[in-house]
Design a protein around this ligand. Structure first.
Ligand code: ZN
Length: 247
C-alpha cells in the first residue's frame, strides 16, 4: 500500500517535472527545476509562479539596461557633436555681426531726440552720396517746414548743406505734430518713437517739443486722480458696472 503511494507520488513528480521542462526547459536546466520543486514541497503551482516572477524581473532589467544604454549613447553623441555646434554658433554669430554691419552700412547718421529727417545727400564727393545711402539729419526740438523734394539740410557725413530730398521722418522721445499741404490738420502724438513716410513734392510742417511731465508733484497727481474719479466718464462706468453687479 505504502509502495503504491510512493510510486504514485513518483509518477506525479515525473509528470510535473516534464511539464516544467516543457514550459521552462529553454531557460532553466533540469537540476535547477528540481531544486525549486524541492524548495516548494513539490507544489508545481508555486514553482511556476516563482519562475514567472523571475522572468518578469529579468525582462524588466533588460528593458532598463536598454534604456540606460540608449541614453548613454545619446549623451555621447551629444558630447561629440558639441564642438561642431560651437563652430556653428560662431558662424551664426559672425553671420549676425555681418548682418548688423550690413544694416549699419545702409544708413548714415543716427536718430536723436526730437525731429529726425532721413534723406539723400547730393554732394558728388560725399561717400554716403556715392553709395546712395540714406542719411539721418537731426533737427532736435523745433518747428520746421520744408518742401520734401527741394531741401538743403546738413549731411552728417560730408557736413555740407547737400541733403536735397527727404523721404522719411522720425520723431524720437517727443510730443510732436506733423501736417502737409495735402493734409493741413496736424497729426499729433507723444510716442517714444514715431516715424512717417515723406511724400515727394509736398510742403511739410513738423513740430517737436520735449515731453512735459504732466504730474509735477504728488499733490498735483492726487488732484488729477480725484478729478478723474469724479468725472462723468468714471461715474457712468461705475453705474454700468453696478448694473451688471461687477462691483
Ligand atoms: Zn553728404
Amino acid at each position: 500500500m505504502q509502495d503504491n503511494n510512493i510510486n504514485e507520488k513518483n509518477r506525479e513528480y515525473t509528470k510535473e517535472m516534464k511539464t516544467l521542462i516543457k514550459l521552462f526547459g529553454d531557460l532553466i536546466n533540469k537540476e535547477e527545476l528540481q531544486q525549486k520543486m524541492e524548495y516548494y514541497n513539490e507544489n508545481i503551482e508555486l514553482v511556476i509562479k516563482e519562475i514567472k516572477y523571475e522572468i518578469a524581473i529579468a525582462y524588466l532589467s533588460t528593458c532598463l539596461l536598454m534604456v540606460m544604454f540608449f541614453l548613454t549613447n545619446k549623451q555621447k553623441k551629444k558630447d561629440k557633436s558639441k564642438p561642431e555646434s560651437t563652430v556653428d554658433d560662431l558662424e551664426n554669430v559672425e553671420q549676425v555681426q555681418e548682418c548688423t554691419k550690413e544694416i549699419e552700412k545702409t544708413e548714415v547718421g543716427e536718430v536723436k531726440p526730437g525731429i529726425n529727417l532721413q534723406g539723400y545727400c547730393t554732394n558728388e564727393t560725399c561717400l554716403a552720396s556715392k553709395a546712395k545711402l540714406p542719411v539721418w539729419v537731426n533737427i532736435g526740438f523745433d518747428a520746421i517746414s520744408f518742401v520734401s523734394s527741394n531741401t538743403s539740410f546738413s549731411c552728417p557725413d560730408c557736413k555740407k548743406l547737400t541733403v536735397s530730398s527727404i523721404v522719411k521722418t522720425m520723431f524720437y522721445n517727443s510730443e510732436h505734430s506733423i501736417c502737409t499741404s495735402e493734409n493741413p490738420t496736424p497729426l499729433k502724438d507723444n510716442n517714444y518713437q514715431c516715424s512717417y513716410a515723406i511724400k515727394s513734392g509736398l510742403l511739410y510742417e513738423l513740430k517737436a517739443n520735449k515731453i512735459i511731465q504732466h504730474a509735477k508733484s504728488i499733490e498735483d497727481l492726487r488732484e488729477r486722480s480725484e478729478q478723474a474719479m469724479n468725472s462723468t466718464e468714471i461715474k457712468n462706468l461705475v453705474t454700468e458696472l453696478q448694473k451688471y453687479e461687477i462691483i
